[in-house]
Design a protein around this ligand. Structure first.
Ligand SMILES: Cc1ncc(COP(=O)(O)O)c(C=O)c1O
Length: 434
């Protein structure tokens, strides 16, 4: 598991008592930028990207999935490393383009793409659109003809046999994601016959937070088999085969990290089996991970503003909460609320001998950042940090709930801290009123 101790040893440095992030003490970051705040360490992102690149066969491209964290600093870092970007909305397309991403390095997946979003994508010469229904293929075809621009279309497949094991399975069962494998051939036939469309490949994405490498392998083998099937049926080799993202990171005590050494070895053996496959002669393989690349790089730093005891239970109230970090509160799709790794960042050397609930300032019992957790004796003013806050944290949270100012974001690189998003203000909530 990614316990606080493991995280400290793997990714962070510290003085005796205090966490250091990107070569800076957390107390100085909190003093300079205020709390609550999100801090991201570029060094950790670079480490994770290198690990993934080293694990995948050399002919794989990586497209960072923006939904995990759309902050421009992440996008620009991945672009500087030669990655592409995977988007799932017009808003994400805007962010990708304004971060300087060449349009041909963008792929667009996601159900229910609206006409205006597809038009925006095609007008900008996007690399690929991953069609999620027959209707969508028709719609892309119509827009492409109106604009007089050919569109590269891949089919996102919902495989008939589940690749089991992701914490949130998105394929292998009835789902709004992708086209059922049973209908794959008719979807490919439709793309091939629709004027204006270029059939470019397949995309499999069956779940997120996968920690068992054999689940990924099942999915990859299935993708390779589908490529063979399409070639046999249509004589069409695939230009691209996208295996999706889904690589997990351990959050909780019962979870083990994905075994990257085993995954790498098994992938090399798998691709060796298919090396002479005509369907894959000129295929570009890709993956589109989010969480694995950025999850561990973020820490959400809050400060204790009050401590109270209610009927024998100690509540530590901090200045941040569920509105900034829904996932840590256990309300982002978790069936069982478990604590993220949480620590008092200025008391790392003190014994964890006090059982508390860490809660935020919202008037709802949902607003807990850690429940029944043992921490050192807390005091008002201490800094409480939630680790593993780089992915699906700020971006997946109800930031407007109770109208607290939105939290700033700070990027750490080469020993420097840079404010990359300012703290919100009360006035922000009024700027779009009419
Ligand atoms: C189509 C698609 N691609 C990529 C991702 C990124 O997944 P992860 O962060 O688990 O790698 C998602 C997440 O839901 C997705 O829906």
């Amino acid at each position: 598991m990614n316990s606080v101790d493991t995280l400290l040893k793997t990714y962070f440095s510290r003085s005796t008592s205090e966490l250091w992030l990107g070569e800076l003490p957390v107390s100085s970051l909190a003093a300079d930028f205020g709390t609550p705040l999100f801090v991201y360490d570029q060094g950790i992102v670079a480490q994770k990207l290198a690990l993934l690149q080293h694990t995948l066969p050399p002919n794989f491209a990586i497209s960072y999935s923006i939904k995990a964290n759309p902050q421009r600093a992440f996008l620009q870092f991945f672009l500087s490393q030669g990655c592409g970007l995977e988007i799932a909305s017009g808003g994400e397309l805007y962010q990708a383009l304004s971060a300087g991403c060449p349009p041909e390095r963008i792929i667009f997946a996601g159900p229910g793409k609206r006409e205006e979003e597809l038009r925006y994508a095609l007008e900008n010469g996007i690399g690929e659109i991953h069609a999620e229904s027959h209707q969508e293929i028709t719609r892309i075809g119509a827009i492409s003809r109106q604009l007089g621009r050919p569109a590269r279309v891949a089919i996102r497949v919902n495989p008939s046999e589940a690749a089991q094991g992701g914490a949130m399975r998105m394929g292998g069962k009835a789902a709004p994601f992708g086209i059922d494998e049973e209908c794959l051939e008719s979807a490919v036939a439709k793309v091939l016959t629709e004027p204006g469309l270029i059939f470019c490949g397949l995309h499999l994405f069956t779940g997120t937070q996968i920690l068992d490498h054999s689940v990924l392998l099942t999915q990859y083998r299935r993708g390779l088999e589908m490529a063979r099937q399409i070639f046999q049926r249509f004589g069409q080799p695939l230009d691209t085969l996208d295996f999706g993202g889904g690589y997990g990171i351990p959050y909780f005590a019962h979870e083990q990290a994905l075994d990257m050494a085993q995954l790498g070895q098994a992938l090399r053996a798998l691709f060796d089996e298919y090396k002479d496959e005509p369907a894959l002669r000129n295929t570009h393989f890709m993956v589109e991970p989010g969480r694995f690349l950025v999850g561990e790089a973020g820490v959400y730093v809050t400060r204790i503003s009050d401590i109270k005891i209610s009927r024998g239970k100690k509540f530590v109230i901090v200045d941040g909460g569920m509105h900034h970090h829904l996932a840590a509160s256990g309300n982002l799709g978790q069936t069982i609320k478990r604590n993220f790794p949480v620590a008092i960042l200025n008391k790392l050397d003190q014994p964890t001998d006090t059982m508390v609930d860490v809660v935020g300032p919202l008037c709802t019992p949902l607003d807990g950042l850690a429940r029944a957790i043992e921490l050192p004796q807390p005091e008002i003013g201490d800094l409480i940090g939630v680790f593993l806050s780089g992915a699906y944290a700020r971006t997946a949270s109800p930031l407007g709930f109770l109208s607290h100012p939105t939290p700033p974001e700070v990027w750490l690189a080469h020993g420097q801290a840079r404010l990359i998003r300012r703290r919100g203000t009360y006035q922000d909530y009024e700027h779009d009123l009419v």
